[in-house]
Design a protein around this ligand. Sequence first.
Ligand code: ZN
Length: 147
Amino acid sequence: MHQLESLYRQIIMDHYKNPRNKGLVDDPRYTLHHIKNPSCGDDITIQSFIEQGVVKDIRHEGSGCSICCSSASVLSTLLKGKHVDEAQALTTNYLKMIMNKPFDESIELEDALAYQGVTKFPARVKCASIAWKAFEETLKKASEKHE
Ligand code: ZN
């Protein structure tokens, strides 16, 4: 168990120090959503480019604690290239996992499994969820645009 926990910590610190897909782009095809978490100063913007039912790109920008910033990077690597239905299923599953609700272990959360430990720290659950919630909002807005 300790080995797994240190692996998870390594994943989180790696994404915190070397964030993937960081920085917003100036492109009207992207949908943007911003969320703040006043309790620890997290401030995250997620920008997604969704076309023909596929998440073509996810960008993120912001500042905050290591849990929050790294989770935006993990999210972007995991969901980029996924079909919107699959991206939504992964998001729902991830949010269930960190809220300590039963989740579908057959849906591959990959590096996002590293955040399982936050269930033990209720104050950090919000940190681990805001990037995913912001992404979920961009999915909703993008589908409204097409309807
Ligand atoms: Zn935080």
